[in-house]
Write a protein that binds this ligand. Structure first.
Ligand code: FE2
Ligand code: FE2
Length: 171
């Protein structure tokens, strides 16, 4: 069974992953209604990924004899100024999530819960990938600029990133 402290910390992380999913969903909806079709597909898919992260934690907590709790829903920001603002905020958010996972690992070390620490390694690696993915997307966006032709090019880039990423995920 998980210690009270570890179970509470994972339930807190469940909230973070749930909120991440909601943030991506709100961003996808903004993108879809503002002409960014490919970005919106990418963001909808990412909202699903965050939900999968949340469920991974759910099953882990319950499998270990504790109780995973459904978090309360808080409305994320729904209006954005630009697609660039979206990707800037995503990178900032993913850095915050990485810190949150690191904090969780710290709790497991303090509690000498090496099983959970081992389970968390998947998330540690995932966060490295997420940060690097969004850094590269933001670099592309900065390189291209934000006139209409560049944003059209960016949409093509996002479509190819989404394809290569789904190929990697299924390997
Ligand atoms: Fe996540
Ligand atoms: Fe993420």
């Amino acid at each position: 069974m998980l210690s009270i402290k570890v179970a509470a910390s994972i339930n807190r992380q469940i909230e973070v992953e749930h909120h991440s999913s909601q943030i991506y969903l709100a961003m996808a909806s903004w993108a879809e209604t503002n002409g960014y079709e490919e970005s919106s597909k990418f963001l909808y898919a990412h909202a699903e990924e965050e939900r999968m992260h949340m469920l991974k934690f759910f099953h882990y907590v319950n499998d270990r004899g504790s109780h995973a709790l459904v978090p309360k829903t808080e409305q994320p920001k729904v209006i954005y100024d630009s697609i660039k603002e979206i990707f800037e905020e995503i990178l900032e958010h993913e850095i915050y999530v990485s810190l949150s996972i690191n904090h969780l690992v710290g709790v497991c070390v303090d509690e000498r819960d090496f099983t959970t620490q081992n389970f968390l390694q998947w998330f540690v690696t995932e966060q490295i990938e997420e940060e690097s993915l969004f850094r590269s997307i933001l670099d592309k966006l900065n390189l291209l600029g934000d006139d209409k032709a560049s944003l059209f090019m960016f949409e093509k880039e996002i479509a190819s990133i989404a394809t290569s990423k789904s190929v990697l995920k299924t390997v």
